[in-house]
Design a protein around this ligand. Structure first.
Ligand SMILES: Nc1ncnc2c1ncn2[C@@H]1O[C@H](COP(=O)(O)OP(=O)(O)OP(=O)(O)O)[C@@H](O)[C@H]1O
Ligand SMILES: [Mg+2]
Length: 361
């Protein structure tokens, strides 16, 4: 187990800056998810912690110790990759034993046997131990790769999109298993993904990375309910938060260019929410209601069925917004409907910077 801290890390590759002034703290035993789009700098961050890359500026601390002079082996972290690298002609058992049999520091045979047996039980791959790894399914191979990390009992697990090559069902199953595994081991996990659902469902804490900068760190609830800026608001959540341009006039959101208005409650208001300031109003689709007597008229632009619920795209003039409604709600395309929003749940962002007024310092 270990506590990790990245202080003011900048990483340049030639003229390209992959990470800028990155600060990150991962508590001992925490499941931390780093969420970011492709090229955001997720793998680079993991490689810096693992000691496979050196920062251009800044420091990496493991348990309070600056590890700049430590090589990858000394850092005692395990890296699990998206593309599992198993030895194909060997059995699962041999693959699991391999990390425990370095020339130096070789463990006693009984200890190796014990660790392999435990890892296999934890990952439910006991029945596969004598199979060659090239005969396994993707999910089984990924379990074995995770097993190779577990047997070493590292201080930290670094996981680089380990589930993204798997099909949806298996991904979901392994998501739960990994989370259970982390709790069982009490280990520090840094899990990297571009999948916001994965991040929100697995993380104790989530850090959102955008173009090499951490935009926001917080619990999944904080990030979902109180996004720091419009980037986080539109990245997290499916469907994403509705973002509509407008301004505040007497506690009402007045939208532009399509002029319609809805109330904003005192609770949603914060300092800086002055009348007339150009804003972006954010509202989650589940906080938009269709109701007969509601204040605004819209046309149904599109309907998507998702089993227990429907996602309805509403059109008011040129403005589109989405509402999540129960599946039993009868709606047809081009039907006129009326809608309102929950005035307590409105988030206001500065139009120029995109930063939430609640976060603006
Ligand atoms: N060795 C390298 N040399 C030059 N540029 C690099 C190198 N490694 C990464 N980069 C660049 O740094 C940026 C961040 O890369 P990184 O691999 O960390 O992104 P990522 O968030 O892991 O993306 P993905 O989701 O696609 O894996 C990218 O623009 C990438 O092209
Ligand atoms: Mg990557």
């Amino acid at each position: 187990m270990a506590h990790i801290e990245l202080k003011n890390i900048t990483k340049k590759f030639g003229g390209h800056t992959a990470l800028t002034g990155l600060n990150l703290e991962i508590a001992d035993g925490e499941f931390f998810v780093l969420l970011g789009e492709t090229g955001a700098g997720k793998t680079t961050t993991l490689r810096l912690i693992a000691g496979l890359e050196k920062p251009t500026e800044g420091q990496v601390f493991i348990d309070g110790v600056d590890v700049a002079s430590w090589g990858a082996a000394e850092r005692d972290v395990a890296l699990v990759l998206q593309q599992y690298s198993l030895y194909p002609r060997y059995t699962v058992r041999e693959n699991l034993e391999f990390p425990l049999k370095p020339k130096i520091r070789r463990l006693p045979d009984a200890e190796i046997k014990d660790r392999v047996a435990r890892a296999a039980r934890t990952l439910r791959i006991e029945h596969l131990l004598d199979r060659k790894t090239d005969r396994l399914s993707g999910g089984e191979m990924q379990r074995v790769s995770i097993g190779r990390a577990i047997v070493r009992k590292p201080r930290v697990f670094l996981m680089d999109e380990p589930l993204s090559a798997l099909d949806a069902k298996l991904r979901e199953a392994l998501r739960t298993e990994l989370k259970n595994l982390q709790m069982q081991l009490g280990a520090t996990f840094l899990f990297v993904t571009h999948d916001q659902i994965e991040a929100m469902s697995m993380g104790d804490k989530v850090g959102v990375l955008n173009h090499g900068r951490i935009v926001q760190t917080g619990s999944p609830q904080e990030i979902y309910n109180n996004p720091r800026d419009t980037y986080v608001a539109s990245f997290v959540g499916s469907p994403p938060m509705n973002l509509i341009d407008g301004k505040l006039v007497d506690d009402r959101a007045v939208m532009a260019p399509t002029s319609f208005e809805l109330p904003v409650s005192g609770g949603a208001k914060t300092g800086g929410a002055t009348d007339g300031r150009p804003l972006v109003f954010g509202i989650r689709p589940e906080d938009v209601y269709l109701e007969g007597g509601a204040p605004v008229e819209a046309k149904v632009h599109d309907v998507e069925n998702h089993g227990v619920e429907k996602i309805v795209t509403l059109r008011v003039g040129e403005t589109m917004l989405r509402a999540t409604v129960p599946a039993r709600t009868a709606v047809e395309i081009e039907q006129p409907v009326r809608f309102a929003w929950n005035p307590d749940k409105v988030v206001m962002f500065d139009k120029g910077s995109g930063v939430s007024l609640r976060h603006a310092g």
